[in-house]
Design a protein. Sequence first.
Length: 534
Amino acid sequence: MKIKRSALVARLKSAWDAAIAAKKTAEEIARLKHAYADALADSLGKEDEEIDDPDHKAAGGGDGTVTGAELEALIERCVSKSLSTQLPENLKNVLTADDVKKIVKEVIPAAALEGKKGIEIDVVLELVGNVLTKAISNATHAKSKMQFGDDVNGSIEMPVSWRKGNLPIHGKQLLNILMRREMNEGIDAKALQKAIALGDRMFDNYRVQGAKALTSTAAGTGDEWVPTDLSAVLLRRLYLESILAQLMASREIEMPSQPYELPLSTTRPTFYLNSTENTDGTASDIGTAKPVLSAAKLMALVEYSYEVEEDSIIPILATVQMLLGEAAAYALESAIINGDTTATHMDSDIAAIANAAEKSWKGFRKLALTNSATKLDMSTGGISRANLVALKKKGGKYMRKMRECAWVVSPNNENDLLNLDEVALWQNSGVTPTLATGEIKGYLGAPIVVSEAARDTLNASGVYDGITTTKGAITLANLSRFIMGNRRGFTVEVDKSITAQKKQIVASFRKAFTPIETPSSTVPSVVTGYNFTS
């Protein structure tokens, strides 16, 4: 047998009334009261829904009304029960019982609370709905709290800042490290879990979408409100500082082992004409390759005195974090552009540094300069449209889809590009001219990466020798033909020297970089122009 929820609510209210009139035991009255309250809460917004009749027999002659005092108690109970199921996990403790009571008094007419009888069930349902709506609105739209943090209610006061007692998640972790405590000490588990999940989602989106502009990057513009953990924040700053790393993000894979071999197909099968019935087709081979990703560990060391810790440990947190991110970005970007693993590095100044980051793997410039087919002497004409088109031509079919490629230039050579009429004016293009903005969006369909690591102090051979330092180099690479590997994200640790009374912060991460196929005359996946005045 079916029954409407509103009818069941009225029945249970009648049973409760009858129990009170008959002076039943306190336990029985409480049971009936709770049954009525639960049914009332479950019926919110679903009064006309038909459900199976639980066959609760009405006892007594209740008239379906409640007193003001009963109404107040019922609404408080119903709203508390509903909030426990409707609010997100991180908001369940935001509203207290006192908050609910206050809302009840605001929503229920004073006349209803003062009266003894005559408040119909339909009115009760409407009032409960109003209270519930306002309670949820207060919890989810509170302007004075952020929905992450570490106080007893799972929220912290705004704005989050680099101040003691009001640090973001990654700030607390960095502070713990600097104070030689366990990294997550004193951090709410739910807030930490949310921070890690947010960081993971951020970089999953990066890998799917490739280059993507990041926001909330500077103090006072939202950066402090991002509840990511320390590793995610440092990694985010790395990408923010390196446009090249952003472009490579969609080609980055997680390395399950060290080293990691990645089986790939390099050439397609060939279709042949088969004009004779019942004859075998012509077989063709599928080209394969197995590039090896070997992770290199890049580390940075920052030192600070005991006095800094004693006098200004909180103010230096943001600075340390910023410097670690910037340094990591430069090291990674320079290794991708200038890397060389031969016995003697092609650049003499880097060769003199035993553990230079540029010795992690072979980078764009080394791979291109190795083959005559993948380099172009630009001593005549320098950076000109003719030379840049000729450089693109060197790449053949690998430079056909320019959206997969990128130009890599130094800040100095960016000015040479700005001087090209077709870049500065974009005549008849329908877009805002570069001459008006001072910013180059791209050239010949490929984005332009202006990198501090791109060198313009080279010699006529395209390398640094410390003697001739007036030549530049410009690189065009098909990024889809290169892979980045991630073996481990950022690890930040601290140690101390008691003799020097200083502490040392060590940040490290492990990355790998390799072409799918070694660039050559048949695979010109990266080309470089060299020997032009920078």
